[in-house]
Design a protein. Structure first.
Length: 296
């Protein structure tokens, strides 16, 4: 990998990490309703990419379902979870996406997993459970359970997308925007009364955050990611983007004063080691996972 492309990849990872911090700030500090925030993000994506909607790949039902699971379902749960979860812990739990996708590919796509990737799956789950467990309440963190649910929705969406022929990443992003916009807006109107007044009170910081999330992250960083995947092996890129959760943890601790304890440190090391093993061993869905999965 050239020095220039490596620098671009690191910048992309930093953008994804910053976006998690921004999302937490918008939801917890500005008090923006999470479903409204998701709807606003998808509105911008949908408008920017409307010209890529057609021709639509078939079958349309699978495209719509996959787009919603990887869009509204994923980010809706994610943003709701961030109301109580710290960005640092959420960054670790998000690593469930890769082993969850691999397990689903075993069940539905005939993927074969040998002992090394099996070890990676086990390490990831143990690490994530270590971070999610609340020893004081003898229960799992509700916010992090929402984040885990978001990763499961995204994993199911990846498997469905694998079964759609001829889908371009930019076209899929367009469908994600349009399919997710209206359900998220409807759910926000139903479950988040007064969301427009809250958004108006939040003012320009909310507008800037939504624009950054939609334009810089969804359109800019994701397009760069796909470009790099076309130049280099998916396994290499998947391993290098583990910088994202590390950067998120550092920014969360530095900017938002996320608590750091043995559970977060040990869980992070286990989860990231497991994901690294899976990424380096490769799989038939790895390229699909990395090319199509939009980051928070």
């Amino acid at each position: 990998m050239s020095l220039r492309d490596f620098a671009l990849l690191m910048a992309m990872c930093l953008i994804w990490a910053v976006n998690t911090i921004v999302s937490k700030y918008v939801i917890s500090v500005l008090g923006a309703p999470p479903l409204f925030y998701a709807a606003a993000r998808f509105a911008i994506v949908a408008i920017c990419l409307v010209r890529f909607l057609l021709p639509a790949p078939r079958p349309i039902w699978r495209l719509v379902l996959a787009a919603f699971l990887m869009g509204g379902g994923n980010f809706g749960l994610m943003f709701v979870g961030l109301r109580s979860a710290t960005p640092s812990a959420a960054a670790v739990v998000l690593q469930l996406g890769m082993p969850a996708t691999l397990i689903l590919s075993m069940l539905f796509l005939g993927e074969r997993v040998r002992w090394r990737r099996g070890l990676g799956i086990a390490l990831t789950f143990v690490g994530v459970l270590t971070v999610m467990w609340n020893p004081h309440g003898l229960a799992l963190s509700s916010g992090l359970m929402m984040v885990a649910g978001a990763t499961l929705m995204s994993a199911v969406g990846v498997i469905l997308t694998k079964q759609i022929e001829g889908i371009r990443p930019i076209a899929f992003q367009a469908w994600v925007g349009w399919v997710s916009l209206f359900p998220m807006a409807a759910l926000s109107a139903w479950l988040e009364p007064g969301q427009l007044q809250i958004a108006w009170h939040a003012g320009w910081p909310l507008v800037a955050a939504v624009t950054f999330s939609a334009v810089v992250v969804s359109l800019g960083a994701h397009t760069l990611y796909v470009t790099l995947l076309q130049r280099y092996e998916a396994n290499l890129i998947s391993a290098l983007v583990l910088v994202t959760p590390l950067a998120t943890i550092i920014l969360g601790v530095t900017l938002l004063h996320d608590p750091v304890g043995p559970r977060l440190v040990i869980g992070s090391l286990l989860a990231l080691a497991g994901v690294l093993i899976i990424a380096l061993r490769g799989s038939q869905v790895m390229a699909m996972l990395t090319a199509l999965r939009d980051r928070t």
